[in-house]
Write a protein that binds this ligand. Structure first.
Ligand SMILES: [Zn+2]
Length: 86
């Protein structure tokens, strides 16, 4: 019984923490991006990038964020491009 209560409290805390982290993360990014935001992909990569990313030296193809996500591209770890706000 007591364990269940403890677990319930833990779950609530975890959820709050997750929301706080999420808000911090979005704030850190500075904006919530819409699907029309322009990002850049490369010919061979599976990530999308912001314009200034050094990964774009070989090729640089402009694409909307919505289309990039739709095509299965993920955000670059290096330049941390905007994510689609869901
Ligand atoms: Zn990048």
């Amino acid at each position: 019984m007591e364990d269940k209560v403890t677990m319930g409290i833990m779950k609530n805390h975890a959820r709050c923490l997750l929301i706080v982290l999420l808000v911090c993360f979005i704030t850190a990014l500075g904006f919530a991006a819409g699907p029309d935001t322009v990002v850049y992909i490369t010919k061979t990569g599976e990530r999308y990038h912001v314009e200034k990313c050094s990964s774009l030296r070989s090729s640089k193809i402009a694409i909307t964020l919505g289309e990039a996500v739709e095509r299965g591209y993920g955000p670059c770890q290096r330049c941390k491009p905007p994510r689609l706000d869901e």
